[in-house]
Design a protein around this ligand. Structure first.
Ligand code: COI
Length: 354
């Protein structure tokens, strides 16, 4: 169904564009002039608005703050070679958002609100989509429970919002990652596959501990044996072993990454064999030692394709093949960017051109 929605537009009095330095865009710190909001009550979404970005009034009793009913997504709008704006794989993020909503006992957002909200917001903030190579307008859909009620139950009221922030890559250099074998990110039957706030909250302490040891990011392992690699929390993980693209399969503890899926499809099209399966820590460490593992990278919307330079495991640091030799990830990253920026035809129909 494609019904044109009634979205109230209130323009900001002044744009922050003139005071924004597009050469200094740390991830998620600078927000565009407007945001989109919709409210859920009595079983339906209403009050759709594009309004100036800014604080919103909330009760300190809202259940999102107490019991964590909060989900989000991450997607990007690109300024294409012909100056059109396109959002990459918006449908896939929409589907995942509602999977997260379902698991967290939250209402589904409609396709029309999700897509037309993005279109309306980007239409008004079009100048916020950067033109520099490697840059984009990151879109953050978020939904949170707003019942001012302290009983433990799914909220009856929710706010859905879309925020946008112009950005470059989340990581600026090859990562030094630690394979985490004490703390866990997710367990079977839990919410690891959902993009829900608590998954990120629980990762902060182990991440801070790893940072003290000089690591940039964690590689999470399974919660039962710590023998299998899952994901990095901010991104999925992909390895090249014996020339094959090998990535931990998506399961209840691993986020079904849009960039991961995109890379798998691009690799298959390029004739590279892809294995989605359990990947053991042992295999990765032995692969580095024997030279059979020739590439490893984090793949995510924010992270894009970020090479892993070093892996720490049980007190030892293993150095991977020099990044300049990583042709598999470099070629895939180039093809991916060429599609996103409209440099080559979008054969897969991934660009939602506005
Ligand atoms: C994204 O890649 O969009 C994410 O949500 C990761 C974020 C937590 C940095």
């Amino acid at each position: 169904m494609n019904e044109t929605l009634d979205i109230t537009i209130t323009k900001a009095d002044q744009s922050k564009l003139t005071v924004t330095d597009f050469s200094q865009l740390p991830f998620g710190k600078v927000f565009s002039d407007h945001m989109f909001i919709a409210e859920y009550d009595n079983g339906e979404w209403s009050n759709l608005q594009v309004l100036p970005y800014g604080p919103i009034l909330m009760s300190p009793a809202i259940s999102a703050l107490h019991y964590g009913q909060a989900i989000f997504e991450g997607m990007k709008a690109y300024r294409q070679a012909d100056d059109k704006i396109s959002v990459f794989r918006a449908d896939k993020n929409f589907e995942r958002f509602n999977k997260s909503a379902n698991r967290m006992s939250m209402p589904a957002i409609t396709h029309d609100i999700f897509m037309q909200g993005i279109a309306a917001l980007i239409d008004i903030d079009e100048k916020w989509v950067p033109a520099q190579e490697g840059y984009s307008l990151y879109i953050r859909p978020v939904m949170f429970a707003t019942d001012p009620y302290l009983g433990v139950k799914p909220s009856d009221k929710y706010t859905f919002a879309l925020l946008t922030t112009p950005t470059g890559p989340y990581y600026s250099k090859a990562l030094k990652v630690k394979i985490e074998t004490e703390f866990t990110r997710a367990d079977e039957g839990g919410v690891g596959f959902a993009k829900t706030a608590g998954n990120y909250a629980r990762s902060l302490y182990p991440f801070a501990e790893a940072q003290k040891e000089g690591f940039d990011q964690l590689i999470w392992t399974d919660a039962v044996s710590h023998e299998y690699i899952e994901e990095a929390g901010t991104a999925n993980l992909i390895f090249v072993i014996d020339g094959k693209l090998v990535t931990p399969s998506v399961r209840s503890t691993v986020l079904d990454g849009v960039t991961r899926d995109t890379i798998i499809q691009l690799a298959k099209k390029a004739g590279i064999e892809v294995e989605e399966r359990r990947v053991s820590v042992k295999e990765v460490i032995e692969g580095i030692e024997s030279g059979r593992l020739t590439d490893a990278f984090a793949a995510g919307t924010a992270a894009t394709v970020t090479p892993i330079g070093e892996i720490g495991y049980q007190g030892k640091v293993y150095t991977l093949a020099d990044v300049s030799t990583r042709t598999v990830s470099a070629n895939i990253a180039k093809t991916l960017n060429d599609i996103r920026y409209g440099i080559v035809p979008d054969e897969f129909g991934w660009n939602f051109v506005l």
